[in-house]
Design a protein around this ligand. Structure first.
Ligand SMILES: *Cc1c(COP(=O)(O)O)cnc(C)c1O
Length: 399
């Protein structure tokens, strides 16, 4: 190769385009979180940082509604917290029940298999929640060690209702419960202890409006007993909780360098949750996303989920017949700077996925999105009444 190949690349200064993030994540980051991220690094074993670790753990317990001692941010995105849950809880040969009603159930299955477990499926169509009956019959037939479910299925916009029923069934059958709360934590009602969830994991960039990189995980004593009783070590060194406990437990000794800036960000994002109050935050998501829902319905569109499992943080809206969903989402992005997303898997081309998460969940954003969406649909020949949509949204959000 000639030396010319090693000329320094000419790269322009960083200037990301201005966007309104209303897709399935990430959501818009609060300015206070961005500011926290531009503060200077300190060492990950500095006493000042160690104090922050404790604060973040306290804030996470508040947000998860748990007293679990084992409540930490895992270094990595939501999938890292997810893999930490499965890699530690699943021992080779364990049977694990996972849902078939969305993309993230498939990811759970893949992680279970890599951990040496055997997957059994609780069946439900994409876009619907699991029924307690289906869970009951799978647990009765296969007696799995673990039942996993997705509280807020981002791929379909379906909320899992009846969580307490699922956890009660699991307990009756001696199974531990792992809940994916990536798109519910900090946005949708979630009560880890009261609902009997043994393990819950989440991510930063959905309803917490943090950049991805430090991801909440909580485990109760029952779950940690199973981890502690493993006969074979966890196959992942990085995510092995028995090693991580030296850093996040009482010792605070080095395991890996915490993503310091991400911990700053998470701390500030969780402070915002605490300031607003968790219940107020759940109510805001229902009210604002309720406005979005009322608006799209008044414009003649239909929601995919039934109201009983509508997910405020991720609104799945049916694509009208004859409409090219990709063209709509690309028009919104290029012309208005608004990011929403389409469906995939069995729902490809059939739904729009509109996030209402954290800092992105505001009446201002809903009122910016509705006319832009209406315009993009009208250009493809689908007539909508924007005025009706805006009026319905305003009314719903004002209540
Ligand atoms: C986003 C998401 C994940 C994965 O999180 P990443 O941060 O993308 O790794 C897992 N489960 C659900 C339900 C999600 O929405």
């Amino acid at each position: 190769m000639s030396d010319a190949t090693f000329e320094p690349p000419q790269i322009a200064p960083l200037e990301p385009p201005s966007r309104l993030l209303m897709g399935p994540g990430p959501s818009d980051v609060h300015p206070r979180v961005l500011k926290a991220m531009s503060t200077p690094l300190i060492g990950h074993l500095d006493p000042a940082f160690v104090a922050m670790m404790t604060e973040v753990q306290d804030l996470l317990r508040y947000t998860f509604r748990t007293g679990n001692r084992w409540t930490i941010p895992v270094s990595g995105t939501g999938s890292a917290a997810m893999e930490a849950a499965f890699a530690n809880l699943v021992e080779p040969g364990d049977r694990v029940a996972v849902p078939s009603n969305g993309y993230f159930g498939d990811r759970m299955a893949a992680m279970v298999e890599r951990a040496g477990g055997n997957v059994v499926r609780v069946e439900a169509p994409w876009g619907e929640p699991l029924s307690p009956d289906a869970v009951e019959s799978v647990l009765a037939e296969h007696a799995p060690a673990i039942l996993a479910f997705v509280h807020a299925e981002t791929s379909t916009g379906a909320l899992q209702p009846d969580v307490e029923q699922l956890t009660r069934i699991a307990r009756e059958h001696g199974a531990l419960v792992i809940a994916d709360t990536v798109t519910s934590l900090g946005g949708v009602e979630l009560r880890v202890d009261e609902w009997g969830i043994d393990v819950a994991y989440s991510g930063g960039q959905k309803c917490l409006s943090c950049p991805p990189g430090a991801s909440p995980l909580t485990l109760n004593d029952r779950a940690m007993e199973k981890v502690g009783a493993r006969s074979a070590p966890v196959r992942s060194w990085y995510l092995d909780l028995s090693l991580l406990q030296n850093y996040w437990g009482d010792e605070r000794s080095y395991h890996h360098t915490a993503p310091i800036t991400n911990i700053y960000a998470l701390r500030e994002a969780l402070r915002l949750v605490a300031e607003e109050g968790l219940e107020n935050r759940w109510a805001r998501h229902r009210r604002i996303a309720g406005g979005l829902k009322a608006g799209v319905v008044a414009m003649g569109l239909q929601m995919l989920p039934e109201d009983a499992w509508w997910l405020p943080s991720l609104n799945a809206v049916r694509v009208p017949d004859g409409i090219d969903a990709k063209l709509v989402t690309s028009t919104l992005l290029s012309r208005h700077g608004i990011e929403i997303s389409g469906g995939f898997g069995p729902l490809a081309g059939r739904i729009f996925r509109i996030g209402c998460m954290g800092h992105s969940c505001s009446s201002r954003n809903v009122l910016a999105l509705l006319p832009a969406l209406a315009e993009a649909l009208r250009e493809q020949g689908f007539e909508v009444d924007v005025k009706e949509g805006l009026a319905a949204a305003v009314e719903a959000m004002d209540e």
